[in-house]
Design a protein around this ligand. Structure first.
Ligand code: S3P
Length: 427
């Protein structure tokens, strides 16, 4: 439990955020696919990415070096991975469990997956069913929840039409495609983050992307990877929201991942009236750059299904900004938020309503009327890292004290968040 009081000053700072979570997971999993010694620098060391690390170790990957900056892994390669001796516990990490379900289709024998209380309530049919259409056998609990088991072995390619825009599902299938007997094509309804495609191409895997259709060819061997992870825009978004909400702020966020499939939040922030300036410093394999945020008068906006994948994890922050914006903000097409680490539509609406905002949860989003003054309240983060950080940002502009229960959940994606928050708040 933590107690927070409002900030009485702007956020005028340079904030360096930890490495991107999605890219760190992929760095670790692709190091397992590659044969030999791979290096991932700037990695995110957090509970979620440790779940991916444990998984690859159970599959026979050796950790050669682990420092706050560098991770060096040695793998026998995709076709040398071995059946885990015990159940693989993926903790809270949806990315680990879903991507690994596809990866282990190449591993002879049985891989049994489980996770924490939240992960065991998240839908897994969305990966197990399309994997089954390729001939990958699995068994899951009723309703398709973990624990589930995947039996590795021969399977084919083909074409899969995805029904949800999900990078986790797409990536799981593409990983299974690497060990299929023929090419695999995956089609998404709306483009989701494309890190897997970019990294596979960077590794020299034959992969073609046309619009929202991706085709990957089977491989016999993948060369080791040497990959630098830039800062996580989803972690940076909490600071960007703080700067947009605290008058006279000036925030500088150096070296962020600026892949266009991830920067929807910055676009919405700008649309709502903040000033967002970015300078690109690298374009391949991922776009990287520095971002500067200045506050402005906030006005309501509309977020639609097409926008959603590029800011899926940041939508709760848009809801918070909307409580301080002039007019009615509507967020639609975001039903996926209901099956994240918590039901983020309900939990966000509960947090903001308790703090005095006019928020109406909808099956696929929110209707928010602003501006309203927020007041401190007692908040339950529901074990969800992003809900705890959302409440901390809201507390900075609320009147009175805010108490957050379950704030330790931030360690899932951003272990240093509360220390950095206290340092900037105490200025
Ligand atoms: C992720 C994809 C998103 C996102 C999650 C990380 C990834 O999930 O919410 O935090 O690394 O591929 P979905 O692909 O299920 O939307």
């Amino acid at each position: 439990m933590i107690r927070l009081t409002p900030w009485r000053h702007p956020l005028s700072a340079t904030v360096t955020v930890p490495g991107d979570k999605s890219l760190t997971h992929r760095g670790i999993l692709f190091a397992a696919v590659a044969s030999g010694v791979s290096r991932v620098t700037g990695w995110l060391d957090a509970q979620d990415t440790r779940s991916s690390l444990r998984l690859v170790q159970q599959l026979g990957v050796e950790v050669k070096e682990l420092t706050p900056e560098t991770l060096v892994l040695e793998s026998p390669g995709l076709f040398g991975l071995r059946e885990p001796e015990d159940v693989v516990d993926c903790g809270n990490s949806g990315t680990t469990i879903r991507l690994a379900a596809g990866l282990v289709s190449a591993v002879p024998g049985l891989t049994v997956f489980t996770g924490d209380v939240s992960l065991r309530k998240r839908p897994m049919r969305r990966v197990l069913e399309p994997l089954a259409s390729l001939g990958v056998r699995s068994l899951a609990r009723q309703d398709g929840y973990a624990p589930f088991a995947v039996a590795g072995g021969p399977h084919q390619g083909g074409t899969v039409e995805m029904t949800v825009a999900s990078a986790q599902v797409k990536s799981s299938l593409l990983l299974a495609g690497l060990s299929a007997s023929d090419p695999l094509t995956v089609r998404e309804p709306v483009a989701s983050r494309d890190h897997t495609e970019r990294l596979l191409a960077y590794l020299g895997v034959p992969i073609r992307v046309t619009g929202t259709t991706v085709t990957v060819e089977p491989v016999s061997r993948v060369d080791p990877l040497d990959f630098a992870v830039p800062g996580d825009p989803s972690s940076a978004a909490f600071w960007a929201a703080l700067a947009a909400l605290l008058p006279d702020s000036r925030l500088y966020l150096p070296h962020l991942l600026l892949n266009p499939t991830r920067t929807g939040f910055f676009q919405v922030l700008e649309r709502m009236g903040a000033s967002v300036r970015s300078t690109v410093v690298q374009t391949a394999p991922e776009m990287v750059g520095d971002v500067e945020i200045l506050p402005g008068r906030l006005t309501a906006t509309r977020v639609t299904a097409e926008d959603v994948p590029s800011l899926i994890d940041e939508i709760p922050l848009v809801a918070l900004l909307a409580t301080q914006a002039e007019g009615v903000t509507e967020i639609q097409g975001a039903h996926e938020l209901r099956v994240k680490e918590s039901d983020r539509i309900q939990v966000t609406a509960d947090i903001l309503s308790r703090m005095g905002a006019a928020v109406e949860p909808r099956p696929d989003g929110f209707r928010i009327e602003g501006p309203t003054r927020l007041k401190g309240a007692e908040i339950d983060a529901h074990g969800d890292h992003r809900m705890a950080m959302l409440a901390a940002v809201a507390a900075a502009i609320a009147d009175g004290e805010t108490v957050i229960h379950g704030a330790e959940a931030v360690a899932i994606s951003y272990p240093g968040f509360m220390a950095q928050y206290a340092q900037n708040a105490g200025r």
